[in-house]
Write a protein that binds this ligand. Structure first.
Ligand code: EPS
Length: 388
C-alpha cells in the first residue's frame, strides 16, 4: 500500500514527507521533482513569500544512486523564511514572549474551529499547519508518484479552467504534451490568451481592493489501463479515492468528473459514452468521454478528467467582520501577508494529488516489490485485456 504523511509548519524550519510502499528499482530524477516544486511556486497573484522560498527536496531515505530501494522515501524541504521566524516559531519555552498572540479569526480559515477544537489561545498554532505551504510536501510526493507512473506511459497534467469571473476556453483535442507546452507558458496556467489577460486584470483589481480570487482547475491523466479501482467496495472506487484526496486540499470545495454536475441535467441517451470496438487495435472504444474516465469506480482506459473548485483565499487585506476570541468584542479578521490568487499553483498541486492516487491504485492492481515484477504483471494484464 502506497501511503504518505507530511509534517511541518508554514514558518517552521522544514517540511517533511515520508512515502511508504514505494517499490524498488524505479528511477527517481530529483531534477524532475524539483521542476514540479518550481512550477508550484509560479503564477500571477502570489504574494511576497514566493520571492523568499526556492523549494527543493533533500532526499534522506529510500533512494540510492538515483533508484528506489523499496524502503520509505523521505524528502525534506527547507523553509527559507524560517530565518525571519526563528524566535516566533521556536520550540524553546524561553522564547514564548517573542510572539504576538493572534486572537481575531479570519472567516473562511481554519482559525476559529481550530482554536476551539484544540483549546489553543493563539490562532498561529492553527494557521501554521492549516497553511497551504504544506502543499509543497504534497507536490514532492506527487512528483515521486509520477516517477512510478512514468515507465508505464501514464501522464498527468493540471491546468486552470476558471479564475474568478473568467472561464478559460479548453481547446479540446489538444494532445497532453501540447496542452502542457501552452499552459506552462501562461502566467495563470490557462490555454487561452484572451482569458489570461482578463484574469490578470481581475487579479490586479482584487489586489488593489484587498480582495482574493478562487477558481477551478482541471487535471487530465492519460495512458491509464482499464480497471484501476474497483466496483466491489466503497473505499476501493477510484473516483471516490480521488475525490477524497482532492477535497483534502486547502480551500478545495468541490470535485467533479467528466460532465460533472451537468449529469443532473442531461438525458441518459445524450450522456453515456457509447461503446465501439477497434478490431485492429483489439480494444474497446468510446465515442465520447462524459464519464471523465471512470465507470463503476474503475478506470475505463479513456483519459481521466477531474475538476476541483477552490474558494478564494480567506486572508483579506480588507478583512471581514469577526470577533476577538479573548475579549468577545466585535473585530475584523487578522491580516497576514498572503496571496491574492493561488489557483495556478492549485493546478500543479491537484495534478500531484491525482498522480499519487493513481500510483497507489496502479500498484494495488499490479502489485509487487520491484519494477521488474510490476512490469511483468502489467504486461500480462494488458495482453489478457487485448485477448478478451
Ligand atoms: C499562505 C499564506 C502565504 C502563502 C502561503 C500560504 O504565506 P505567508 O503567510 O508566509 O506569506 O505564500 O503559501 C506558501 C508559503 C507556499 O509555499 O505556497 C496561507 O495562509 O495558506
Amino acid at each position: 500500500m502506497l501511503r504518505f504523511l507530511t509534517a511541518g509548519e508554514s514558518h517552521g524550519p522544514e517540511l517533511i514527507a515520508i512515502v511508504e510502499g514505494v517499490p524498488a528499482g524505479f528511477e527517481v530524477d530529483l531534477a524532475r521533482i524539483n521542476h514540479h516544486l518550481a512550477r508550484r511556486q509560479k503564477g500571477y497573484g502570489r504574494g511576497g513569500r514566493m520571492l523568499i522560498e526556492k523549494d527543493e527536496v533533500r532526499p534522506v531515505s529510500g533512494i540510492r544512486f538515483g533508484r528506489t530501494m523499496g524502503s520509505p522515501v523521505t524528502f525534506i524541504i527547507v523553509n527559507r523564511d524560517f530565518k525571519n521566524w526563528e524566535k516566533r516559531m521556536s520550540a524553546d519555552p524561553a522564547d514564548a514572549g517573542e510572539a504576538k498572540v493572534i486572537t481575531r479569526p479570519r472567516p473562511g480559515h481554519a482559525d476559529l474551529a481550530g482554536v476551539l477544537k484544540y483549546n489553543l489561545g493563539d490562532i498561529r498554532d492553527v494557521l501554521e499547519r492549516a497553511s497551504a505551504r504544506e502543499t509543497t510536501a504534497r507536490v514532492a510526493v506527487g512528483a515521486l508518484a509520477m516517477e512510478l507512473l512514468r515507465p508505464f506511459g501514464i501522464d498527468v497534467l493540471g491546468y486552470v479552467v476558471r479564475i474568478g469571473s473568467t472561464e478559460a476556453k479548453l481547446r479540446t483535442g489538444l494532445e497532453i504534451d501540447e496542452l502542457r507546452r501552452v499552459t506552462e507558458k501562461s502566467q495563470v496556467r490557462v490555454a487561452d490568451p484572451a482569458a489570461e489577460r482578463a484574469i490578470i486584470a481581475e487579479i490586479d483589481e482584487c489586489k488593489k481592493s484587498g480582495d482574493t480570487l478562487g477558481g477551478i482547475v482541471e487535471v487530465v491523466a492519460t495512458g491509464l489501463p482499464v480497471g484501476l479501482g474497483s466496483h466491489v467496495q466503497w473505499d476501493r472506487k477510484l473516483d471516490g479515492r480521488l475525490a477524497h484526496a482532492l477535497l483534502s486540499l486547502q480551500a478545495a470545495k468541490g470535485v467533479e468528473f467528466g460532465a460533472g454536475f451537468k449529469v443532473g441535467q442531461i438525458r441518459g441517451s445524450a450522456l453515456h459514452d457509447e461503446i465501439g470496438y477497434d478490431a485492429a487495435a483489439r480494444r474497446f472504444t468510446r465515442e465520447s468521454n462524459n464519464s471523465g474516465g471512470t465507470e463503476g469506480g474503475m478506470s475505463t482506459g479513456e483519459p481521466l478528467t477531474v475538476r476541483v473548485a477552490f474558494k478564494p483565499l480567506s486572508t483579506l487585506m480588507q478583512p471581514l467582520k469577526s470577533v476577538d476570541t479573548r475579549t468577545k468584542a466585535e473585530a475584523v479578521g487578522t491580516i497576514e501577508r498572503s496571496d491574492v490568487c493561488a489557483i495556478p499553483a492549485a493546478a500543479v498541486i491537484a495534478e500531484a494529488v491525482v498522480a499519487f492516487e493513481l500510483a497507489g491504485a496502479f500498484l494495488e492492481k499490479f502489485g509487487g516489490d520491484s519494477l521488474v515484477e510490476i512490469t511483468r504483471n502489467w504486461q500480462g494484464y494488458l495482453e489478457q485485456v487485448r485477448n478478451y
